[in-house]
Design a protein around this ligand. Structure first.
Ligand code: CUA
Length: 172
């Protein structure tokens, strides 16, 4: 007693073939968009990076904060630098310092971490960057609206992660 061999393959039905071709072309399109959108997408903020020892970065930021400090908020210096290079460091569980920038001026924001990975998320604009120890990301930005913005850490960084909220002030 033998069962007849199962027929597992049949030539493609015309509709089935059309759907497969459409799905395949769509896959190719989406795959191409991944690299293309890096250049075409206007949501990408110009950013470069370089290596730095965390201790060196801490020294640079401390000196930068002392030079341009205009106030203090909850123990964190409020710093109003002139346009150009500005610095922000992340550590468990703080963004340091509070930057006060001018609307319409262009800044190169150097961001790095002193300990582990953090996530820079500017709210409510939803601008997001990874912040890593040993590397500085330089983000070129020109604020287009004034007000106070929160910098939320969106990368889990241990116990105080949910407390890690900083501030960025943009004045007219
Ligand atoms: Cu820093 Cu989460």
């Amino acid at each position: 007693m033998f069962a007849p061999p199962r027929v597992w393959w049949k030539p493609l039905n015309r509709l089935e073939r059309s759907w497969l071709i459409m799905a395949f072309v769509w896959c190719l399109f989406l795959t191409a968009m991944m690299p293309l959108w890096l250049f075409l997408g206007r949501q990408n903020v110009p950013a470069t990076s370089y290596r730095v020892a965390p201790a060196t970065f801490q020294e640079i930021v401390t000196e930068f904060a002392q030079t341009h400090q205009v106030g203090t908020e909850k123990g964190v210096p409020v710093v109003a630098p002139s346009p150009g290079d500005v610095y922000l460091l992340a550590r468990q569980w703080q963004w340091y310092p509070i930057l006060q920038l001018k609307k319409g001026e262009t800044y190169r924001l150097h961001v790095s971490s002193l300990d582990i990975q953090h996530g820079f998320s500017l709210q409510p604009l939803n601008l997001n960057f990874q912040v890593l120890p040993g590397y500085v990301h330089v983000i070129t930005l020109t604020p287009t609206q004034s007000g106070e913005f929160s910098i939320v850490c969106n990368e889990y960084c241990d116990l105080g992660h949910h407390l890690m909220v900083g501030k960025l002030i943009v004045t007219e």
